[in-house]
Design a protein around this ligand. Structure first.
Ligand code: SF4
Length: 565
């Protein structure tokens, strides 16, 4: 191997570089763990390239929907585009995603969607393979950093070949682990040349019906591609140690489940005398014929896949004969959380590895907390003071505090315990409105500035139009802090005009500084606003400490550079 071409890359970075080498022209996304590093890598690379020939554009967007729409525009212009998001971001982008599969994709369009089995930093464990099947588009699922690079390049090619968006499904362990990746020469970007066939891009019913027929017809071709997919051993039938004639267990693996299976294979062979027949699936739609062949002589099948039981649920309608199917649905494989070599070992019926389950003394819990001195802490001190007063009044129901997703979600934890709901990006405002209109007298929404831009604006417009008796508290720390300090789409100075533009009454919109020393002053203002029987908006503002630290470091670096020149 020529080590000059081997780079140590995170899975996310490997996907990003694969896109660059596939002739990427533009990348858009919204930060969300574990996908954030894909676009961070591309933004840095784009900044380094400047205006050089072959430079591409990479930018954060207000949310995943606007990111995907920008990528669709790039494809319409004939150029290759990548859009990045975490799994729940695909819910936000679902409208252009599902409709995008009906379009005549011109420049390759790839969605890199990173799932989070085990919910390390997410509110659910949804598996994006279901979305790919729902939209009837191809999906590639790498299980190594090398595959992340190779499959991203391939994804652009098949996107143009089948005129369809293609999903690259990543998971946390792959996105955030580093390994050597062999890279090869890049391909030039496509020239800008817009699609000549407007009917493929206009989803008026008359065109949409034809496009939907075309999508259905393409399924057969896509299925042939998937069935023949052999890169890195995906979708290839392994006949097992006896040439495939031995009746018994058949194994289907998917994603990282394939790695954990292989880690245990030697012990499995020692125990059984031969390897079971096996199929590793890394390209979707499912390779139906290979699955049927695998299971034709088997007495039972075990499915080991990372995420939800996507393959397993589909087997019933595929298998030629009714044989027991083991996996997540019957509890052979854990139904929730991540797979690992040990729980896959157990699913294979192997004894635990010696020493692995050594007793360790219980460690003290280290729940995540707001940074010491975080502005959100000072805002929660105000909110708690006011809501405690409201709650202590005899005969009054509790004040309701609906919150949202960001660092300030940690307001749910001690010592604050200030919030009661966290559902999805932007939900706080709509939920507070519903609670207010249901009769709760003190209904409060707590939302960060970037989450407000992402999907809180429309909720505020609803609340303003109805003049609902509620208070929206916007915690403006001038950054997307939770995912590593990405920039917000608009600066703090533009937040007030935006809120007023949504229809809020200027007499009930206030900007306050989130500082300990203003506790009483801020509480006095909030007390008045929660009593107002219409919509009020209070912005608590102070820069995130981590953003401040990074900004000062950057400014010092720039000053040093200036002096040196
Ligand atoms: S990163 Fe910033 S916003 Fe997040 S907890 Fe720390 S100081 Fe607060």
């Amino acid at each position: 191997m020529n080590n000059d071409n081997v780079l140590p890359l995170l899975g996310d970075e490997a996907a990003a570089l694969g896109a660059v080498h596939a002739g990427l022209s533009a990348a858009y996304g919204y930060p969300g763990t574990p996908s954030t590093e894909i676009l961070e890598y591309l933004i840095e690379a784009a900044e380094r390239a400047g205006d050089e020939p072959g430079a591409f554009r990479a930018a954060w967007c207000a949310n995943e929907k606007t990111a995907l729409e920008a990528a669709l525009g790039t494809s319409f212009a004939g150029r290759r585009a990548l859009v990045t998001m975490k799994h729940v971001g695909l819910n936000v982008a679902a409208d252009p995603f599902i409709n995008g599969s009906l379009l005549g994709i011109k420049g390759g369009l790839v969605l890199a969607v990173a799932d989070d089995p085990g919910m390390h930093s997410s509110q659910n464990e949804q598996d994006s393979r279901f979305y790919a099947a729902f939209a009837m588009i191809p999906c590639l699922e790498p299980r190594s950093q090398q595959e992340a690079y190779d499959m991203t390049r391939e994804a652009f090619d098949i996107s143009e070949r089948f005129q369809t968006p293609v999903m690259l499904r990543l998971v946390t362990r792959l996105s955030h682990a580093r390994s050597g990746v062999r890279v090869s020469a890049g391909r030039p970007q496509n020239p800008a040349a817009k699609s000549g066939d407007k009917t493929r891009w206009m989803l008026l019913p008359v065109h949409a019906r034809r496009n939907y027929d075309s999508l259905i017809r393409r399924q057969a071709e896509i299925a042939v591609w998937s069935a023949a997919h052999r890169a890195a051993g995906t979708n290839r039938l392994e006949s097992g140690g006896d040439g495939g004639n031995r009746r018994g267990l058949a194994v289907i693996t998917g994603g990282l489940g394939g790695n954990y299976y292989e880690e245990n294979l030697e012990d499995l062979i020692n125990q059984r005398g031969a390897a079971p027949a096996r199929l590793h699936i890394g390209a979707y739609p499912l390779p139906l014929e290979s699955i049927r062949k695998l299971c034709a002589g088997a007495e039972e099948v075990l499915v080991i896949e990372e995420g939800q039981p996507f393959i397993e649920e589909r087997l019933r309608g595929i298998l030629p004969q009714p044989i027991p199917i083991h996996g997540k649905l019957d509890g052979t494989v854990p139904r929730t959380g991540e797979l690992d070599p040990d729980n896959v070992r157990q699913a294979l019926g192997l004894a635990p590895r010696p020493g692995v389950l050594a007793a360790v003394p219980p460690l003290p819990g280290r729940p995540p907390q707001l940074c010491a001195g975080c502005p959100h802490g000072d805002s929660y001190a105000v909110i708690n003071k006011v809501t405690a007063e409201l709650d202590s009044r005899p005969g009054h129901p509790d004040a309701a505090v609906c919150s949202d997703i960001g660092c300030y979600s940690l307001g749910a934890a001690p010592p604050w315990e200030a919030i009661e709901t966290i559902v999805c990006m932007g939900a706080s405002i709509g939920m507070a409105r519903g609670a207010a209109e249901a009769g709760l007298p003190y209904s409060i929404a707590v939302i960060g500035d970037s989450t407000f831009i992402h999907s809180g604006i429309t909720g505020l417009i609803d609340a303003a139009a109805a003049n609902s008796p509620m208070t929206v508290i916007i915690l403006d720390n001038s950054i997307v802090a939770m995912t590593g300090c990405q920039p917000t789409m608009i600066p703090s100075a533009k937040l007030l005009p935006l809120i007023l533009g949504c229809g809020a009454d200027p007499a009930h919109v206030f900007e306050l500084e989130a500082r300990k020393e203003f506790l009483e002053e801020n509480a006095a203002r909030l007390r008045v606003e929660v009593e107002y029987r219409g919509l009020s908006v209070v912005i608590f503002r102070r820069e995130c400490l981590e953003a401040y630290r990074r900004r000062r470091k950057r400014e010092a670096g720039e000053a040093n550079k200036g002096e040196a020149q």
